[in-house]
Design a protein around this ligand. Structure first.
Ligand SMILES: Nc1ncnc2c1ncn2[C@@H]1O[C@H](COP(=O)(O)OP(=O)(O)OP(=O)(O)O)[C@@H](O)[C@H]1O
Ligand SMILES: [Mg+2]
Length: 317
């Protein structure tokens, strides 16, 4: 069953992210190096043209849920001074035969014509870009057509394009090759976890030994989980007394751990196994001190972790 597609406004394809609202991700060295390399290449576009090259424009981010793929894409768009359009499959995939390919074409046309230009972010990319199959059923024909349309349009697109997936293995190989940069976001290491805790616990802070202990207990946690844990703790600190809840350290931690759930595809950090009995909880000063009252070393710039600043090189040098 076919149906014609009416032209759509660019914002109807997904969520528009303002570059001014981007957060600075806390990144491991490998990702930070890839990012710096890519941005340098983009900023040096004029010099590259002189030797017959173009900066790369298409990147694929992969990593487990909550590891920061959307955050990094938004941050990158902000570094380039561009709004980001985040498109999810449900905005493109249609129950009408043939209409998904039409929608994909219309999206790329709208993105190419967008003024100001946008960075196109295709989330859950594996949903469209699964391996093509030998055609045995109509559904496979439709899916192959979607992949073919993407292959063509991704290649033709002259703007910046980032795709993200939690399932890199599911992405069609030909599609994978259309992306000239691949960045795998790993779960944060110890040094990054320390920084992420510090950021999201603000305005509270932990002294160095308690911070270290909590960062160890949060091994295998994604940045999203660490953020939810810290925010859950702060919410309890403010709301618990109003609700006349037990505000002892152990009771508060147990309430937070029981309401914040690690994603089922990511390992369960030790804190979730031990709860208030964990040694990191015993090391935690209570009530939590203000950040400025604690000397939460290690120093800001350790070699194995860094914050990529939004302000350092937003524009060309
Ligand atoms: N590197 C990071 N530094 C600081 N905060 C982060 C980082 N990565 C993620 N976060 C925080 O975690 C939350 C989830 O991140 P994000 O949505 O970017 O993850 P994702 O990989 O896109 O997840 P999904 O696969 O579910 O789409 C955000 O609120 C973000 O602020
Ligand atoms: Mg995301």
């Amino acid at each position: 069953m076919a149906r014609r597609t009416a032209p759509r406004d660019i914002a109807s394809y997904g969520d528009l992210f303002d570059p001014k609202e981007a957060a600075e991700p806390i990144l491991g060295r490998a990702v930070r190096d890839s990012l710096t390399e890519w941005l340098t290449e983009i900023w040096a576009a004029d010099d590259l043209v002189k030797v017959g090259l173009q900066p790369r424009r298409r990147a694929m981010f992969d990593g487990v849920p909550g590891v920061g793929k959307t955050t990094l894409a938004h941050h990158l768009a902000a570094r380039l001074g561009l709004p980001m359009l985040a498109v999810r499959p449900d905005k493109l995939i249609s129950k009408w035969v043939g209409q998904s390919s039409e929608q994909i074409g219309a999206l790329f046309d709208a993105a190419a014509a967008a003024d100001p230009p946008i960075l196109l972010f295709l989330d859950e990319f594996d949903a469209y870009a699964r391996h093509r199959r030998r055609s045995e059923q109509g559904a496979d024909d439709e899916r192959n057509m979607i992949v073919d349309t993407f292959l063509q349009r991704v290649e033709q697109h002259s703007g910046f394009l980032i795709a993200a997936t939690n399932f890199a293995d599911h992405v069609d190989q030909a599609m994978w090759r259309r992306f000239d940069i691949h960045i795998t976001l790993e779960l944060p290491g110890l040094a990054e976890r320390r920084r992420i805790i510090q950021r999201y616990l603000m305005p509270y802070g932990l002294p160095a030994d308690a911070l270290e202990s909590l960062a160890i207990a949060l091994e295998t946690a994604s940045p999203a989980l660490i953020r939810s844990f810290c925010e859950g703790l702060k919410r309890q600190i403010i709301l618990g007394p109003l609700l006349k809840l037990d505000m002892s350290r152990g009771a508060v931690i147990d309430r937070v751990v029981s309401t914040v759930h690690p994603h089922k595809d990511v390992g369960k950090p030790r804190l979730w196994s031990h709860g208030s009995q964990d040694q990191s909880v015993r090391a935690m000063p209570w009530p939590l001190p203000a950040a400025e009252e604690v000397k939460a070393e290690p120093p800001v710039c350790r070699p194995d972790v860094a914050v990529v600043s939004l302000n350092d090189r937003r524009n060309k040098p």
